[in-house]
Write a protein that binds this ligand. Structure first.
Ligand code: SF4
Length: 428
């Protein structure tokens, strides 16, 4: 079912069509794949079904090569009368796990879809287990259920579950907290840039070590590295932090605007930030020239999947010369996306939510050069002669910052270049 709503009176912003219907997006459990790489001494115990175990094993088997730091506790078919057994079973699994793995510093109990799991109160279970295993590690719970979460919302739920554990800041000294999982290499680059701007009080949340929890309080300024963190932001605001409105650090303009917004809180002018970062900006501009040739004038269509769609569309249009046919996103948080909507402007068709059939009908009628979508939708579209890009790849690849700009553009250029080679091949 589709309903057109002009979500804003501001003629400079895109109007938004809201759609509700069937969606085809991975569940929040998928976020464990990148979260467990980032928080290196954390363990994710999924309380779920065999389907959940299969999802993790197949996704992880394809995408990572690391010692597993996640597992699935499969609870059998039980009715409500068996709830005490469920809790006992969970306690037993956790005790065995912690005995075997003394290196674990943070345990996440991750909820899923089966009704017997939904009946379990995992937050309470986490609090009870924290009491038993006091001091040794921290235990929290979040939902990765496909009923409640998409794959990027899994990260939001995970980080929000950690916010109560963040220590209270001892005073109101201004500190910056960068929120959202990024690759280690991007964190290093960003730390260097912040140092160039004279901002040394910077924390990254989540950090690579589970014990490395940033302090939070009225002096905390939060800036988002990822746009899908609505619940985490709400939890941090309740702890007294202040949100910096900024674009996302994707592309040269997005990254520059992101640093300018952060530095403004430290009293630095936009122009002085541009001057301080002139070398990485020039390097990024140079690296983008070649990739841009493959994207210029080509059309792109975003199906709703990752919540990264709006900043990516802005980058691909403004810095790579692509034409946007439609930009759909599963959820649109107007506050977290304010700066990006402003930059996107009124001429773009934005859709919030998903109604798979009508979304696919529009792709077929536009026949864009490239469609960004979930893995399940890509194959049928490819079979119809349409080129696709899996949006989940954008989460697994370092794409933020100046030094990643060409790699980011390259992710979209590759299917188009491959197609051209095939065309040339078939005529030679
Ligand atoms: Fe498990 Fe539900 Fe995700 Fe399926 S959708 S893998 S049942 S959490």
């Amino acid at each position: 079912m589709s309903q057109v709503i002009a979500r804003t009176d501001n003629a400079a912003l895109p109007s938004v069509t809201v759609e509700r219907g069937e969606r085809a997006v991975f569940c929040g459990l998928t976020s464990i794949i990148w979260l467990h790489r980032r928080i290196q001494d954390a363990f994710f115990l999924v309380v779920g079904s065999r389907t959940c175990a299969h999802l993790l094993q197949s996704a992880a088997g394809v995408m990572i090569f690391a010692e597993p730091r996640f597992a699935t506790a499969i609870l059998g078919e039980r009715d409500l009368a068996g709830m005490a057994d469920c809790h006992e079973e969970l306690d037993r699994v956790v005790s065995e796990l912690l005995e075997r793995r003394p290196d674990i510093r943070r345990l996440f109990l991750v909820g899923s879809c089966p009704s017997e799991v939904i009946k379990l109160d995992l937050a309470n279970a986490a609090a009870r287990l924290q009491g038993v295993h006091d001091n040794r590690l921290r235990i929290s719970a979040f939902s990765g259920s496909g009923i409640e979460t998409t794959f990027t919302q899994g990260e939001d739920q995970c980080l929000a579950s950690m916010v109560p554990d963040l220590p209270e800041a001892p005073d109101a000294t201004q500190r910056l907290m960068v929120v959202g999982t990024m690759a280690d290499i991007v964190e290093e680059q960003f730390r260097r840039h912040f140092a160039q701007l004279g901002i040394s009080e910077v924390d990254f949340f989540p950090a690579a070590r589970a014990d490395d929890l940033p302090v939070v309080g009225p002096g905390t300024r939060i800036i988002l590295a990822q746009p899908y963190l609505s619940d985490t932001v709400s939890a941090l605001l309740k702890r007294g932090a202040k949100l910096i409105t900024a674009p996302y650090p994707l592309g040269i303009e997005g990254t520059l605007g992101w640093f300018q917004a952060a530095a403004a809180e430290w009293g630095r002018s936009a122009e002085s930030v541009r001057e301080a970062l002139v070398i990485p900006i020039a390097r990024a501009e140079k690296s983008l020239v070649k990739v841009r040739e493959s994207l210029l004038g080509r059309s792109i269509h975003f199906l709703p999947d990752s919540q990264l769609e709006i900043p990516l569309a802005r980058f691909l249009r403004d810095e790579c010369g692509m034409l946007l046919t439609e930009v759909a996103t599963p959820y649109l948080d107007q506050t977290l996306m304010a700066e990006e909507l402003q930059r996107l402007g009124a001429d773009v068709s934005v859709v919030e939510g998903s109604d798979l059939d009508s979304a696919l009908a529009r792709v077929r009628s536009h026949r864009p050069d490239l469609t960004v979508c979930g893995m399940g939708i890509a194959n049928p579209l490819e079979a119809e002669g349409l080129r696709t890009k899996w949006s989940i790849e954008l989460i697994f690849t370092p794409i933020q910052g100046f030094d990643q700009v060409a790699d980011l553009a390259g992710l979209f250029a590759r299917p188009l270049v491959r197609e051209r080679k095939l065309e040339v091949g078939s005529w030679s």
